[in-house]
Design a protein around this ligand. Sequence first.
Ligand code: IPM
Ligand code: MN
Length: 357
Amino acid sequence: MFKVAVIKGDGIGPEIIDETLKVLDVVKEKYNHKFEYKFVLAGGCAIDEYGIPLPEETIEICKNSDAVLLGAVGGPKWDNPNGKVRPEQALLGLRGALGLYCNLRPALLYAPLRNASPLKDEIIGDGIDFCVVRELTGGIYFGERGRSEENGEQVAYDTEKYSVSEVRRIAKNAFEIARKRNKKVTSVDKANVLESSRLWRTVVEEVAKDYSDVTLDHLYIDNAAMQIVKNPRQFDVLVTSNIFGDILSDEASMVTGSIGMLPSASIGEGNIGMYEPAHGSAPDIAGKGIANPLATILSAAMMLRYSFNLDKEAKDIEDAVSKVLEDGYRTGDIMSNGMKLVGTKEMGDLVVSAMRK
Ligand code: IPM
Ligand code: MN
């Protein structure tokens, strides 16, 4: 039996999670697995209920689960950047509390969605398929920050700081993943300016010695941002710091057509992981039944693969998603001429029936 802590969250979170649970029900029946769900609050809904974004009870239940499945958190209701409690603190808190230092964000262009990519045909070529490996519990997100007074005015600071062991473990993850893919790692940093990047680069090069079958190169972050739109096919695995990975993974998602398609996995030392779509809570379309549930459904597939070691079952979900796209069904975000427009529920049902076939 696999124990899953489910965080529906805010905005479109509940809708897309409901579709994902329908898909997991098929996996249950078809392969005779048992999933036990515990529904917990985090983000804006937890602020409303408890006054804090990440209640202790939520952390406890997540820690005692095999995986966390999360919809999305946040929304304009709680959007006060100066506020003491913010929904995003739930995400950072969970990543830290569960030790999820490695964030995998695959950027894969599904062949039937070529038209949804903003890139020109000749740039897409025979397809885009790379994976951003983002360090998730260090760097400027978790470094010392504060405010003080200098020369009679207020100043604010955040600190980018990495230790050798933090870089080493994420680099190892990147090389291991590359081994199972096309054996190429591109490490992204700003070593021409930042001391933390110079350490990053040295450590990645050291780790590379144990992976002579994998090619390593380095790019500066500004150049990497450019190369993703200029020639995305050069990439296999991109490994980078917390903040650079945050930015690059949004860019990567866009070249594949829609952020509504991209899953993500956050993993650590053990088997426990947190699985969530790469997109946010999309408050503008919440409750309308038009959100794309595929990124969350594909995140559940990653959960089966990385936390439960159920490769066949994961592939079953991924194949069903491909089939539905090949059959021409689209939610609004990936809609193009001549395709069949469907809503959130219908899209979930289509994946379910493709799996039952
Ligand atoms: C993401 C999000 C979060 C991040 C925010 C909401 C804290 O943008 O998961 O990419 O920056 O990590
Ligand atoms: Mn982000």
